[in-house]
Design a protein around this ligand. Sequence first.
Ligand SMILES: [Zn+2]
Ligand SMILES: [Zn+2]
Length: 166
Amino acid sequence: MASIKPYQFEPESDPENFNEDERAEPVQERRLNDVSEWCTCNNCAKMPIEEENICCKEIQKVVKRMMEVPDPPKCMVEHPGFEPNCLNPYTLQNINNIYRADYGPVRRRNEEERFRYLAYRSFVSWCWGYLGRSVRVVIPSCVVNRIRLQFPDPAGQYVGFRPPLD
Ligand SMILES: [Zn+2]
Ligand SMILES: [Zn+2]
């Protein structure tokens, strides 16, 4: 007789959300608390998925990058390398080429989503040192939100010229 399995939480698959597998301790329901309970960079926002509620100041690899700057920024999005690595569309055009050579084309619903995906990949590559497709790390809330602001979702929103990704 088959045993009855308890309910198992399985988050919906979302290419934009990375799963953490190196977090030291589980985080307790941050979604339910005020952002100020866990964010010390002042740029994070509440995220719908529990594990995405993490501040740049909590991730060792990210903090390491910040500390390399002579006058360390208060938040990763203020790092002088953030814009050139994660928001500059020509960087992302190049990341797209590098990624595609190894893993094939980035398939996403629209161009903004592809730019966002490449921006997350570029961020991971910059901080963690690899650009793999199956890389699973959590990107801090402040960084996710800054990238979303740069490459917003609503169709038809004017965002200025961007180079083609193909
Ligand atoms: Zn924060
Ligand atoms: Zn931050």
